[in-house]
Ligand binder design. Structure first.
Ligand code: ADP
Length: 469
């Protein structure tokens, strides 16, 4: 059973259940209809005999009889005449009626079992079952009480087989038709199960395809639908979409990282080669070592940045979230950074008091520091940086504005991408990871980061976060 396909299992369960239900239904229907049939037969029998009671009359003289041109039957009896109506012998529903004397001798009519030696005592108003010739018969007797007819009996007899003819026809028909209908239902069930499970087959084929190294661009095509399997296929497709994007990002990251590392390594190799082959005095060696050290620092910074970034992006490190006084945090970072004596740029800041947010202070300090150090890096000689922190009802807004080189409209959407550098001539030690980190930290806190900028005029970066006052 375990090795059977789901489709076959469903069909087997469904088929067996169907056969059991049909068999049980047939048994119930036949037993009920059998007892109904017998009850019906007995009712007809008693009704027919009761009707015939009025068909028998006694006349003491011949003159009393009213002849009315029909074919009534007359029997001389006890110094008189018995008149029996012409429809006495009509065998309605296979019921035979006989007029007997109390000793059982037949005066008129038919008594099929009496001929075959089965005699049964008369019993007024009572249905009796008797067996004769291997068959069951039902008998109903009525004692006649009218004057002249005393001591005579009417007996109705009907074979049980009479009612069974119709039932056995239904049984035979069912025995032929039901197996055919069951077979058709099972076949239909098998086909429907196959169609219903088709998406699962497609899903497993797609999964097997991906497993065997095919690309993640594959999607499960099962058309539109709202059932569970369509929902599963859609979820699977969404999962593939996310996997594809994340693999793509991973690939891009690796290629960008190797690209960024290639330059310092090339410089280091070149300096080593120069020192080994062409350096003539200690001054040459010293200069070569200075360059190598600088490039080494650059590589180390880059690798640290990349590690921080991946940790944050993959959420591989758990950063504690706590209630932070953002006003204090911004002030302290600004105070520290205003000491940077670069290009004689002046940093001023203003913060609304006691703005609280839920977040990680280490990450938020990093966000503020990255924005401010960019403003220094891309600022002009004697320029200005202005940091403001304000809050409205539910949000806090931190903006870092500078009057530096600015960013063109076309480049603005890309500056938050990893390794993107709009102006590499100013970037110096940067590697294009600062703003990507800022965006990741903002997203981590459920906030947003936007930029407004005009080349040669300056830029304003705005970070919005929910307050927790
Ligand atoms: P980088 O290490 O190059 O500074 P970032 O991710 O911090 O990398 O910034 C990406 C790019 O966005 C920078 O290369 C620079 O061209 C641009 N940029 C960022 N901040 C500013 C700014 N305040 N003024 C002008 N350009 C900026």
């Amino acid at each position: 059973m375990k090795n059977l396909s789901i489709r076959l299992k469903i069909t087997l369960w469904f088929g067996s259940a169907l056969i059991i239900v049909v068999a049980l239904t047939l048994i119930i229907v036949f037993s009920v209809s059998n007892s109904v049939m017998i009850k019906d037969l007995c009712n007809n029998l008693s009704e027919s005999v009761e009707h015939n009671v009025d068909e028998v009359e006694f006349y003491s003289t011949f003159d009393e009889i009213h002849f009315d041109n029909d074919s009534d039957h007359y029997i001389a009896y006890n110094n008189g005449y018995i008149e029996i109506d012409d429809d006495f012998l009509d065998k309605v529903n296979g019921i035979s009626t006989s007029l007997c004397e109390s000793d059982g001798s037949l005066l008129y009519g038919e008594n099929p079992i009496a001929v075959h030696t089965v005699s049964q005592d008369f019993s007024d108003y009572k249905i009796q079952a008797v067996s004769a010739r291997g068959e069951t018969y039902y008998i109903y007797d009525r004692m006649l009480t009218l004057e002249g007819l005393e001591g005579l009996w009417l007996r109705g007899i009907v074979p049980e087989a009479m009612g069974k003819t119709q039932l056995s026809y239904i049984v035979n028909l069912s025995l032929v038709l039901l197996p055919i209908l069951i077979l058709i239902s099972i076949l239909g069930g098998y086909i429907i199960a196959g169609k219903t499970l088709y998406p699962i087959k497609k899903i497993s084929l797609a999964a097997a395809g991906i497993n065997h190294g095919q690309d993640l661009k594959k999607r499960i095509e099962i058309g539109n639908g709202k059932d569970e399997l369509h929902y599963l296929a859609n979820t699977f497709n969404e999962m593939l979409e996310r996997l594809e994007l994340s693999f793509k990002a991973q690939k891009q990251f690796t290629s960008d990282a190797s690209h960024e590392l290639r330059t310092p390594i090339t410089v280091i190799m070149a300096q080593c080669e120069f020192a080994l082959s062409s350096a003539s005095d200690s001054e040459d060696y010293r200069n070569a070592l200075i360059v190598i050290q600088r490039q080494g620092h650059k590589m180390s910074r880059l690798i640290n940045n990349m590690l921080d970034f991946t940790r944050l992006e993959n959420k591989s490190e758990s950063y504690a979230i706590e209630k932070i006084n953002l006003s204090d945090l911004v002030s302290s970072v600004c105070e520290d950074m205003s000491l940077i004596n670069e290009k004689s740029i002046t940093l001023t800041f203003s913060t609304d008091d006691n703005i609280y947010v839920m977040g990680n202070s280490q990450l938020l300090s990093r966000l503020i520091a990255n924005l401010i150090s960019n403003s220094y890096r891309y600022g002009n000689e004697n320029g200005h940086i202005n940091v403001t922190l304000t809050s409205s009802e539910e949000t806090a807004s931190l903006s870092v504005a500078d009057d530096g080189i600015g960013i063109s409209k076309e480049q603005q959407p890309q500056i938050f991408n990893r390794f993107y550098q709009a102006d590499s001539s100013h970037s110096g030690e940067g590697a294009g990871l600062g703003l990507a980190m800022v965006k990741e930290i903002a997203a981590f806190h459920g906030g947003s980061i936007t930029v407004e900028s005009e080349p040669e005029k300056g830029s304003i970066f705005t970070f919005i976060i929910k307050t927790s006052n």
